[in-house]
Design a protein around this ligand. Structure first.
Ligand SMILES: NC(=O)c1ccc[n+]([C@@H]2O[C@H](COP(=O)([O-])OP(=O)(O)OC[C@H]3O[C@@H](n4cnc5c(N)ncnc54)[C@H](OP(=O)(O)O)[C@@H]3O)[C@@H](O)[C@H]2O)c1
Length: 246
């Protein structure tokens, strides 16, 4: 897709990978609107000249508020990027917080489904009248196989991956391309507590995602996730064994 002149909504653009995505999409000539929650990070993103809609996407009301704010506007591309971890949902270390886990399910899986559904009329219009629409769902390399330390997070991303694949099949007929981006471990606030010298930088992760959007890729396996996919295609059991202790 030629991104110049496209109207793009990126959720969670006030930090991390999303903050790099909105800058690079704007540099590509797109008109970008984003969302956030934290007031300081919203103000900092607004100071860069972006329109930021405040919305807690882990709730149905928050998603409805965002949909209302987008009403009547053209929309060519929806990037479902906002996400959260599951707080290391680990029964070996005590009793995990089930409410926190439910919030992660809502933000990572339910919100993209709600948003895509509510914004489909605008995306259909892009597909029918403006040369094509696009949905980008940011999952994770952990959607391919889970790590033992974050089973809820991995389940949300595997669920979103499955939904994305089915949705791609449906929306082809409507001229709306559906892309999945699978980042590796990226150096953001989400992974701040985890030591891994091989964390990818957020700008490089965003660069690969934007390149995939320009190429109308079905899947963007970012960085080391390419190797993980290769292992998984030869032996799903081996890929699972590699990741489960991670
Ligand atoms: N970092 C990684 O290693 C990694 C790897 C694979 C996949 N991913 C995925 O990539 C995406 C971005 O992750 P990231 O590492 O860039 O995360 P991040 O740095 O923590 O940024 C998360 C973004 O989502 C927003 N957000 C958080 N909770 C929200 C809520 N309840 N409602 C609305 N917005 C909310 C944040 O807004 P505020 O700033 O206002 O809180 C922020 O803009 C996520 O879907 C994540 O699962 C990340």
């Amino acid at each position: 897709m030629d991104l110049a002149g496209k109207h793009i909504l990126v959720t969670g653009g006030t930090d991390g990978i999303g903050a790099q995505l909105i800058r690079q999409l704007r540099d590509a000539g797109a008109s970008v609107v984003t969302t956030g929650l934290n007031p300081e990070r919203i103000a900092a993103t607004q100071a860069e000249g972006f329109e930021v809609i405040s919305a807690d996407l882990s709730t149905a009301e928050g998603v409805a508020g965002l949909v209302e704010a987008m009403a009547g506007r053209p929309l060519d591309v929806l990037v479902n990027n906002a996400g959260m971890g599951d707080g290391e949902h680990d029964h070996r270390n005590g009793t995990p917080d089930a409410d926190y886990a439910a919030k992660a399910v809502s933000l990572n899986l339910t919100a993209p489904i709600r948003l895509i559904t509510a914004l489909m009329p605008a995306l259909r219009e892009a597909g029918a009248q403006r040369g094509g629409g696009m949905v980008v769902n940011v999952t994770s390399g952990l959607a391919i196989a889970p790590r033992g330390g974050g089973p809820v997070y991995c389940a949300t991303k595997a669920g979103l991956r499955s939904y994305t694949q089915g949705l791609r099949h449906q929306l082809k007929a409507l001229g709306v391309h559906v892309m999945e981006a699978l980042p590796p471990m990226v150096d953001t606030r989400m992974t701040a507590g985890r030591s891994d010298s091989n964390k990818m930088s957020a700008p490089e992760c965003a660069r690969q995602i934007v390149a995939g959007m320009k190429a109308n890729a079905n899947e963007v396996n970012v960085g080391i996730v390419k190797a993980l996919q290769a292992v998984h295609s030869l032996s799903p059991a081996l890929a699972r064994r590699i990741l489960i202790n991670f």
